[in-house]
Design a protein around this ligand. Structure first.
Ligand SMILES: Nc1ncnc2c1ncn2[C@@H]1O[C@H](COP(=O)(O)OP(=O)(O)O)[C@@H](O)[C@H]1O
Ligand SMILES: [Mg+2]
Length: 423
């Protein structure tokens, strides 16, 4: 079995490190301290939150409600997701907890619940599930926001009655601004200030939004402690990858280090590459740096169609910028020589195009991450790819013969490994 997993909550065996972060979040839940969890995309925030919720439930008898706001298009959906997510169940807040909430919030309906919960736990007494009724669902964003607030009010009352820690975890909370009505964050602030018995954990990765919402003039200013999810120590992570391979019957030499050198700082990217490497190594039971290079090629082939879809609609100006960044000129993009070499027109145009490529793209399938990001150090700016796989693909597509060299040499001459880590 492959020890490296992604796309779902890692098991104890496939989850590495983060004891400090997970304990910190669980402690905030049990102590009633509102906490802002910040970290770049794919660094491992959601995994930490879900593990902390489990830990807080196991050790402090906490009830945690969780919703990832980037997944929904209305606060009605968020409210419903929140109510369905309680770990452990809503019913453990009392036999009539669901009825109590339904009674307190007009527009919520009770439905008998049929399936087992996703964590497989036994029903905590309630056979009923709460849903947003059709009438409420048909109303506007302001009505949905009001219903969410009322649900939170009701949970605060329940928490007080039951004397149990109750946490509301809003993952990717900055999306509330996109799906809620005007001033929704200020409404939420009002509710949070009223609630003496529930704790709010908010996680986010969109830096400028977090700065705005939690900054000096923002609605959440001064109400939250902070936890930053940084990269996992690369040496420890490399060692863990090698040891995980060995534990599962694959002899690994320098595999972890190669995965990190190539995939950069984000946990998910590293784990994804390690997973593919392990799959390839299963045949011979041996993995080396060359296996990692094969895994990169295989992953790029998998992503080919998706990346073409990303690439084809881009203007030639945007393509040239991506090409320059992919080839290692992200820090010198605004230099005259690079502008001339890649036909980038002018500093102003480059700057404008980068801003566009750094924005979250709206798509019919909902949230999609931006193509580029930036690292700022003092007055120095470096433009970087958000996704190391797309970077490699762009380098390969624009210089077809380069790709083999690129992957086999692990990025000397400006490949991803020469990229400084985000701070
Ligand atoms: N500490 C970890 N150990 C192993 N895998 C991890 C760890 N943290 C994250 N991952 C993997 O990376 C993927 C992305 O992590 P996630 O928590 O969703 O990141 P974020 O919420 O910051 O975008 C997860 O599906 C998981 O498989
Ligand atoms: Mg997440």
């Amino acid at each position: 079995m492959n020890p490296f997993r992604f796309d779902r909550l890692p098991t104890d065996d496939s989850f590495f490190d983060r004891e400090v972060e997970v304990k910190r979040i669980a402690k905030a839940i049990s102590d009633g301290e509102n906490l802002l969890v910040y970290g770049l995309r794919r660094m491992g925030k959601t995994s930490c939150l879900l593990r902390a919720a489990r830990l807080a439930a196991a050790e402090h008898d906490a009830v945690c409600f969780f919703a990832d706001l980037s997944l929904y298009s209305s606060l009605a959906d968020v409210t419903e997701a929140l109510l369905k997510s309680a770990l452990p169940e809503l019913g453990s807040l009392g036999d009539r907890a669901a009825q109590f909430i339904a009674g307190a919030v007009s527009g919520l309906v009770l439905k008998p619940h049929v399936k087992a919960k996703f964590d497989g736990s036994a029903s905590g007494g309630s056979e009923l599930e709460l849903e947003i009724g059709a009438e409420l669902r048909g109303k506007d964003a302001a009505a949905h926001s009001k219903a969410l607030t009322e649900v939170l009010d009701a949970l605060d009352k329940l928490a007080k009655k039951r004397k149990r820690p109750v946490a509301i975890i809003f993952d990717e909370f900055t999306f509330v601004e996109a799906i809620g009505p005007d001033r929704v964050s200020w409404q939420l602030r009002g509710a949070m200030q009223r609630h003496q018995n529930i704790v709010y954990i908010m996680a986010g990765s969109v830096r400028h939004m977090i700065d705005r919402l939690h900054g000096e003039h923002g609605p959440f200013y001064g109400m939250f402690g902070r936890l930053v999810i940084e990269r996992i120590d690369p040496d420890l992570m490399a060692k863990w990858i090698d040891e995980s391979c060995e534990r599962h019957g694959v002899k690994a030499t320098g595999v972890g280090a190669a995965c990190i050198r190539w995939a950069g700082s984000r946990t998910r990217d590293i784990v994804q590459l390690a997973r593919r490497t392990f799959d390839i190594a299963l045949e011979t039971k041996v993995a080396t740096e060359a296996t990692v290079a094969d895994a990169i090629k295989a992953l790029l082939e998998d992503f080919d169609e998706e990346f073409w879809r990303l690439w084809s609609p881009l203007s030639s100006m945007n393509r040239s910028i991506l090409q320059a960044v992919a080839l290692g000129y992200g820090a010198s993009l605004f230099h005259g020589e690079i502008i001339a070499r890649f036909n980038l027109d002018s500093t102003g145009h480059v700057s404008q195009a980068c801003r566009t490529l750094e924005r979250n793209r709206e798509g019919s399938a909902g949230y999609r991450p931006p193509i580029l990001g930036r690292i700022e150090r003092g007055n120095k700016v470096e433009i970087v790819f958000d996704n190391p796989f797309f970077q490699s693909w762009v380098a390969g597509v624009t210089q077809p013969r380069r790709i083999a060299a690129f992957t086999f040499r692990f990025g000397d001459r400006g490949g991803p490994s020469s990229k400084p880590t985000e701070s």
